[in-house]
Design a protein around this ligand. Structure first.
Ligand code: NA7
Length: 542
């Protein structure tokens, strides 16, 4: 890549202007750190800018899936629904950017291509796709945990003569699917949100399902008059409860519902009559709402069977109902909540194509060909997921000490990191929500606030104490991985049949390792604070 002009120097560079990057900029500014944010898109919002597909929505309540660091912001901003849809979250992040005057320190349309650590200067040189260079002692990677879309590698995809769409870069102007024959590939969180909405528009919808999803029905509703004001009046207590909650969301969310299940009686000791009653009274939730599914694979399998019975009570066509029953353990993919997902398959204009029975052979100019035949389509929508956690930094040539390439380290050793905050061999590079931190299994916003604050305090400490470098020690990193691995070991999350973006199983060739910290945010915060208080134990300060 060509280099253009003299490098510009800052105290810190932040990569990304999504939820994490915006707060990182604000926090570092407050600490007097001259900071520049480099953002590849033309606007703020990160994942909430590009994932504009119909039905895109957060599965955590708006009053908790929002910044807590500023009482002014949380009092001024008006959420309209209990769980916010994408346009509202995008608008919220724009409001925050304006309110804190953040845009003047953000370089938009600026994609980082490479970054190299210079040992002698104790600084990073960051080079963009267009050859611009920036130098700073510290880099904060706020590049997102689900920001690198996975495009499937299906023969013939490029030759499709209709419209190909990706949920993760849905056109800003929207797409009119009225009267069109649509195929959706993928039934993770995204597909499950998208499918009921598309079904209402399309002439016909074919859902191409490789793995069936476990998904719980959920009611999202507009706030009643006065309801949000009452919540805001109680924000102190709401935030305090959130702070103490393992998943960073004390109210109902896709995660807390999973956690609440742990306190329920075990499925294995329930009589058949009790099991059936649970399904009769609570549908698919009744099939999963038991305390032993998370730790006992046999109980989990029993629940899957019961789940099938619950689905069959909703979906009228028995073959479709059977195909909608997952074969992987419940909880090893991210929990999903939906609005009318199973009911959608009772519509005359919706057909489920079970790829376990008839795999896709190719995309043809006129549609999708499976082992069983051809499906003619006008539009194909790919909702096929992300190279999570490590994807964004692996796409950049990140060269640390002695020229080591981060993507090679992760390919060789798996997604290693100390606390999810730094990788040994990459001094002064902080990762917001890196692998090994609570991020993926918690309320992302609560988790990122803790990370940004810890990183800000750390940089302030280094500057105040005359240190120019901080680097994770390989031994501390190995111990941390051992600890996070031990935490998750007794759960079904590491069962060999679990394959998801949590463990890299969704990316061909990616080294598998569960990429989260499952001890909860409060315990994680306690450990991070303890490490800082001990003068950053496990790190070498230079
Ligand atoms: P997910 O949860 O990774 O789901 C991707 C879906 O796409 C999943 O059903 C995959 O099946 C399917 N997929 C991927 N590649 C293919 C091919 N080649 N053929 C057929 N089906 C395929 O991603 P989402 O975007 O839904 O959700 C990601 C996160 O974003 C979510 O957890 C929230 O945190 C927000 P598979 O399961 O691999 O068999």
């Amino acid at each position: 890549m060509a280099q253009s002009g003299a490098p510009r120097r800052y105290d810190a560079l932040v990569i990304g202007a999504g939820f994490s990057g915006l707060y990182a900029l604000h926090r570092l500014r407050e600490l007097g750190v001259r900071t520049r944010v480099l953002e590849m898109a033309d606007a703020v919002g990160g994942t909430w800018l590009v994932n504009r597909y119909p039905g895109a929505r957060c599965d955590i309540e708006s009053i908790e899936y929002s910044y807590s660091f500023s009482d002014e912001i949380q009092q001024e901003w008006v959420w309209t629904e209990t769980m916010p849809a994408q346009p509202e979250i995008e608008a919220y992040l724009n409001f925050v950017a304006d309110r804190l005057d953040l845009r003047r320190d953000i370089a938009f349309n600026t994609e980082v291509a490479a970054m190299t650590y210079d040992d002698a200067a104790a600084a990073w040189t960051v080079t963009t796709r267009t050859g611009e260079r920036f130098i700073a002692p510290f880099v904060v990677a706020a590049s997102g945990i689900l920001s690198v879309p996975l495009e499937p590698d299906i023969a013939g995809m490029g030759g499709f003569e209709g419209t190909s769409l990706y949920t993760s870069r849905w056109p800003k102007s929207g797409v009119d699917l009225t009267g069109r024959r649509v195929g959706v590939v993928g039934t993770g969180s995204t597909g499950v949100q998208l499918i009921p909405v598309v079904a209402r528009e399309a002439a016909h919808l074919h859902v191409f399902q490789r793995s069936a999803a476990y998904t719980l029905p959920w009611q999202v509703r507009p706030f009643a008059p006065g309801e949000l004001d009452a919540l805001k009046a109680d924000y102190g207590n709401i935030r305090a409860a959130q702070r103490e909650h393992p998943v960073g969301a004390a109210r109902l969310s896709a995660f807390s519902v999973l956690l609440d299940m742990l306190a329920r009686p075990p499925l294995k000791s329930a009589s058949r009559e009790e099991q059936l009653r649970a399904v009769r009274e609570h549908g698919v939730m009744g099939a999963l709402n038991w305390g032993d599914l998370f730790f006992d694979i046999d109980a989990n399998r029993m629940a899957a069977q019961l789940y099938g019975e619950a689905v069959a009570r909703i979906v009228r066509d028995p073959r479709t109902a059977a195909a909608l029953v997952p074969t992987h353990p419940f909880a090893c993919k991210r929990p999903i909540i939906d609005q009318g997902y199973y009911e959608t398959f009772n519509r005359d204009n919706v057909t489920l194509v079970d790829l376990r029975a008839e795999p896709i052979n190719a995309v043809t100019p006129t549609g999708i060909r499976t082992a069983a035949g051809d499906y003619d389509l006008d539009v194909i929508v790919y909702a096929t997921g992300f190279d999570a956690m490590t994807g964004a930094l692996s796409r950049i040539d990140v060269r640390g000490r002695d020229g080591a390439l981060l993507r090679d380290v992760w390919a060789r050793e798996g997604p290693v990191s100390y606390l999810g905050l730094q990788v040994a061999g990459f001094p002064n590079l902080f990762t917001v929500q890196g692998p090994g931190s609570p991020s993926a299994a918690t309320n992302f916003v609560a988790a990122l606030e803790q990370h940004v604050e810890w990183i800000g305090d750390c940089i302030a400490y280094l500057r105040a104490n005359g240190h120019s470098t901080i680097e994770a020690l390989p031994t501390a990193q190995a111990e941390w991985i051992e600890h996070t691995t031990a935490l998750v070991a007794p759960t079904v999350l590491v069962h060999p049949t679990c394959s998801s973006w949590y463990n890299g199983g969704n990316v061909p060739g990616k080294k598998r390792m569960y990429m989260g910290y499952t001890g909860g945010i409060p315990e994680y915060r306690r450990r991070c604070d303890e490490i800082a208080a001990a003068g950053y134990s496990g790190f070498e300060l230079g």
